[in-house]
Design a protein around this ligand. Structure first.
Ligand code: 3PG
Length: 280
């Protein structure tokens, strides 16, 4: 088996029960492109704590985080998708992926969010899709069931963190003060969303926080735009920037998905230049 093969988790199964869960998954044709995906899907079909914890213990927890890190290191952008129906979410996500942005956060701000997430996860395989605006552990569970590969919250809530971790999914909680950041640090988190970035002090605040929390990485979101994207990305502790400027409501309403692809390409171009100019 090659690393990344969907059958790879079989190597780590501890007993027949776990092997059966994974095999059921494979035979149901829900292909998991990497071990963490398989762990997550296996957890969803019946053995949540046990299987995912065994996989966590084997270091597979890191796999999804590594995959997202790798994508974000190449293209440090997370696009937010808020849609009232699955078709719109899929068209928007395809446009983003065509424009070069493959880490997509489906916002849990509409009743259709779980359906949107499920549809994007199935129909836009070139993207890694997570859930955003996740406010509670119950919402995190629903997002994971719908196929979320990562969870983003506007704030830091331990129930949400635990739920994501129990499924082996990276969790990026929002913080904007040193106290919140210290809590995140002591929960063992390494990457947080800095939210709302522009009103929480923007670039000077982020530089001050990252000079103290030297191992933390940040995803500034909230008020990021083409005008300040390069400056945020030039901060070494910034892993990526997120924001809704890539998916304006008017373009979605008008079905202008070409326009969304164009915004994505512009942002990819800005980020390519900015990461080449990282401050040392
Ligand atoms: C979020 O959900 O992270 C924020 O709403 C993004 O903020 P923005 O709309 O200013 O990009």
């Amino acid at each position: 088996m090659e690393a990344g093969d969907s059958a790879t988790p079989l190597r780590y199964a501890q007993n027949d029960g776990e092997r059966n869960v994974i095999l059921r998954e494979v035979t149901r044709g829900i292909h998991a492109p990497h071990p963490c995906g398989a762990a997550l899907r296996a957890a969803q079909i019946g053995y949540p704590a046990k299987l995912s914890q065994n996989l966590l213990g084997k270091g597979l927890f890191a796999t999804m985080e590594c995959e997202i890190d790798n994508l974000l290191e190449r293209t440090p952008l997370i696009a937010l998708v808020q849609a009232e129906d699955a078709g719109t979410a899929v068209s928007t996500s395809r446009a983003l992926a065509t424009g070069g942005i493959t880490v997509i956060e489906v916002l849990f701000r509409t009743d259709a969010a779980p359906d949107c997430l499920d549809a994007v996860a199935r129909e836009v395989p070139e993207a890694v899709v997570g859930a955003g605006t996740v406010l509670s552990a119950a919402q995190a569970e629903a997002a994971l069931e719908a196929g979320a590969k990562f969870i983003v919250s506007p704030g830091l809530d331990e129930g949400v963190v635990d739920m994501a971790r129990s499924a082996g999914a990276p969790i990026y909680p929002g913080v904007c003060t040193a106290t919140e950041l210290q809590r995140a640090y002591n929960l063992g988190l390494e990457t947080v969303k800095f939210f709302p970035a522009s009103v929480a002090g923007g670039i000077p605040a982020l530089k001050a926080l990252s000079s103290v929390f030297r191992t933390m990485r940040f995803i500034p979101t909230g008020g990021v735009s083409p005008a300040n994207l390069a400056d945020f990305l030039a901060i070494p502790a910034v892993l990526a920037c997120g924001g809704s400027w890539l998916t304006p409501a008017n373009l979605i309403r008008e079905g202008d998905f070409k326009g969304i692809g164009k915004l994505a390409r512009e942002a990819v171009s800005i980020s390519g230049k900015a990461t080449g100019n990282k401050e040392q």
